[in-house]
Design a protein around this ligand. Sequence first.
Ligand SMILES: Cc1cc2nc3c(=O)[nH]c(=O)nc-3n(C[C@H](O)[C@H](O)[C@H](O)COP(=O)(O)OP(=O)(O)OC[C@H]3O[C@@H](n4cnc5c(N)ncnc54)[C@H](O)[C@@H]3O)c2cc1C
Length: 317
Amino acid sequence: MTTTWVFSEESEGHAPASALELLTKARSFGDVAVFHIGAGSDEAFAELGDHGATSVYHLTTDEHLPAAAAAAAFATLLEEHAAELVLFGMGNTDRDVAGRLSARIDRPVLANMVDVSLDGGTVRATSEILGGVQAVVTEVTAPAPALVIVRPKAFPAEPAGGAVPPVTAVAMPDVGRSGSAVVTESHVEASEGPDLEAASIVVSGGRGVGGQDKWSVIEGLASELDAAVGATRAVIDAGWVPARLQVGQTGKTIKPDVYIAAGVSGAMQHLVGMKDSGTIIAINKDPDAPIFSVADLGIVGDLHQVVPKLTEALQAR
Ligand SMILES: Cc1cc2nc3c(=O)[nH]c(=O)nc-3n(C[C@H](O)[C@H](O)[C@H](O)COP(=O)(O)OP(=O)(O)OC[C@H]3O[C@@H](n4cnc5c(N)ncnc54)[C@H](O)[C@@H]3O)c2cc1C
């Protein structure tokens, strides 16, 4: 029996990072089937196999908004193949499909998890509360399969050298009017510099930067370090930078080697998105700012004095 299924939505010809991370974990439980939606490129199937998928079931949803059809097709697959655990990432379609699947097969969903285990048929999933200082382990007592949504970067994506798995085409189900929505347009937001989720160094600014006109202080340091720029929600809400730069509970979860936070107070909702970074350096004029509780290195001072000096020193190297 295939014990675990992983949901995967193709992105620009590749398997998503979430599916590769989940496969890396799931392959330790036994065989892993992937339910993959999207165009279905050979590259994506190879990536899934390389990370441990033993079989792939592929649905092409063409121009349709995918979740309704994907959930219906996935429910049928799970009826045909007994499974103990179904894993989703935190992407919009992942969450949409998980919710619809939950309603279809009458199983609860555990969301926002940071770890999951499957031991003798028992699924346990871990979530973090109180800004990540407490872990809650939930044991699923509902009948299988357990539906679990896992946060990004909960597991590293590590290739296992697996072969390209057999791919079975899944027929598009008829879901009536709930499947009638179509995607009329999509665009990829233009961005400069390293990708926030992949960068090894991130420089984030908070409200303490003081305004959009002063944001160049953050960009200057980031550019010197070849780092990605991040921001707090306060900065996003103020409209200083685009929302894709938001780090935290309702933004991105990142684990760079070095995270530099300037003018960031360290609210719990921000900390959950960056606290697992390698080395955290905080610059804040308030010595009692909560960000210092997670910082490896703290500088108490005005960021408009400290950051330019740091940038100058790097330029002088
Ligand atoms: C449901 C929910 C979800 C949320 N999700 C997120 C999320 O995903 N990400 C997120 O970031 N927030 C999130 N928030 C908001 C969060 O609670 C905080 O309001 C936000 O993180 C604060 O941003 P900040 O640190 O930039 O601003 P502030 O809390 O205002 O802190 C500014 C800091 O800058 C310091 N400062 C000021 N001037 C200077 C200076 N010249 N030099 C040095 N330091 C200076 C101050 O001492 C202060 O510590 C969420 C809130 C809710 C309710």
